[in-house]
Ligand binder design. Structure first.
Ligand code: PMP
Length: 358
């Protein structure tokens, strides 16, 4: 028996799912993978010790319903109360749950394009309409065009994936004041920028700030995301999310990381920022014009980015191509990590670029 292509639609399938694909960032195993902006220094030490020492019995029972201990630890980290925090199975889960919580089927999710590739997919999964609005040439959102859509859910990502650009707080506040729906600010990479709009959640009851332990905290495999917002807003996301989404192992390790590994995280954020600036400087010295980035990755415009990416893969190194990135053209996004790895990546990139572009 063979599985059918999307054109032979399963009779019982939802119509809106007919064109819905699976997320495929083309991450075939490779020796050095710099495609997903995770923490290449590994996991923080107290979290690792906790994971190794966990009793088997901790997985035979259900975890807490809504991750109350983790919420308390996150609230402390973010300087808010636990009622202002919701957790999820990665921030993916938070974004998905928030769209389901606030968007009636057919309502609009809007975002400044380009941004996180999962946003239109989550919108479609929740039977919402999705519309990106081309950003300006300076990589800032086209505020008036975004607001004109009157979207029920407005998604903003800062620092943005893939450009690395940070949105000024005044721009976010203006959009909060002028938009009719929920404003989701994705701060997955906020630790690397050293800025956050989380304190605006005390004044704006339609602002949901989404964060993750997948990047600066080095715990992507545990799938722990969270969001901060006014208690009533967060409660709706939690209803939509449902119980038991943070598993018992993840909750235990996450709590310890937030309590005991903050110095490690700060130290490795500083190393990532250092590696990012060093990489950008070396790219500039080699004649490239990398986009200024406030995250743990660097985007560099390069002709035939897909072919260059493949030539890098042939050398055991993966980075993420973004063909025809708006206002930029073909681009490669390179995650940073320990300098020897970045140096190896840079060598592979320069060789691959010579091979492809001469
Ligand atoms: N938001 C952004 C901007 C991201 O880049 C990512 C991961 N690539 C996520 C959210 C999801 O991360 P996670 O589900 O691991 O928290």
């Amino acid at each position: 028996m063979t599985f059918t292509a999307a054109t032979d639609r399963l009779a019982v399938a939802r119509e809106i799912y007919a064109t819905l694909g699976l997320y495929d960032p083309k991450r075939a195993p490779v020796d050095l993978d710099l495609t997903d902006n995770t923490n290449l220094w590994g996991m923080p030490p107290a979290a690792e010790a906790t994971l190794r020492a966990l009793a088997v019995s901790s997985v035979t029972r259900y975890p807490s319903l809504y991750a109350s201990e983790l919420k308390a630890a996150l609230a402390e980290y973010m300087g808010v109360t636990p009622e202002m925090v919701v957790t999820g199975c990665g921030s993916d889960d938070i974004l998905d749950s928030a769209m389901r919580a606030f968007g009636e089927p057919g309502e609009l999710v809007a975002w400044s394009d380009p941004s996180f590739a999962m946003i239109p997919i989550f919108a479609q999964m929740n039977a919402l309409r999705a519309q990106g609005v081309l950003e300006r040439a300076d990589h800032q959102p086209d505020v008036d065009a975004l607001l004109a859509l009157r979207a029920k859910v407005l998604y903003l990502c800062t620092p943005n994936n893939p450009t690395g650009a940070v949105m000024p707080r005044e721009v976010i506040e203006h959009m909060l004041d002028a938009s009719p729906g929920v404003v989701v600010v994705d701060e997955a990479y906020a630790e690397f920028a050293g800025t956050s709009v989380v304190e605006l959640t005390h004044r704006h009851d339609r602002l949901l700030v989404v964060r993750t332990l997948s990047k600066a905290f080095g715990l992507a495999g545990l799938r722990l995301g969270y969001a901060v917002g006014a208690p009533a807003l967060v409660a709706e996301v939690e209803k939509s999310r449902g119980p038991y989404k943070a598993n018992a192992v993840a909750e235990r390790v996450g709590v310890v990381a937030l309590r005991d590994d903050r110095a490690w995280v700060a130290e490795h954020v500083a190393l990532a920022v250092d590696a990012r600036e060093r990489l950008a400087a070396q790219l500039r010295a080699a004649g490239f014009r990398p986009l200024p980035s406030h995250a743990n990755f660097v985007c560099v415009p390069v002709a035939q980015c897909v072919a260059v990416g493949q030539a890098m893969r042939a050398r055991g190194v993966a980075v993420r191509p973004f063909p025809a990135l708006p206002h930029v053209g073909d681009t490669l996004r390179m995650s940073v990590g320990p300098w020897p790895l970045v140096e190896r990546m840079l060598g592979a990139f320069l060789e691959a670029n010579r091979e492809v572009n001469g």
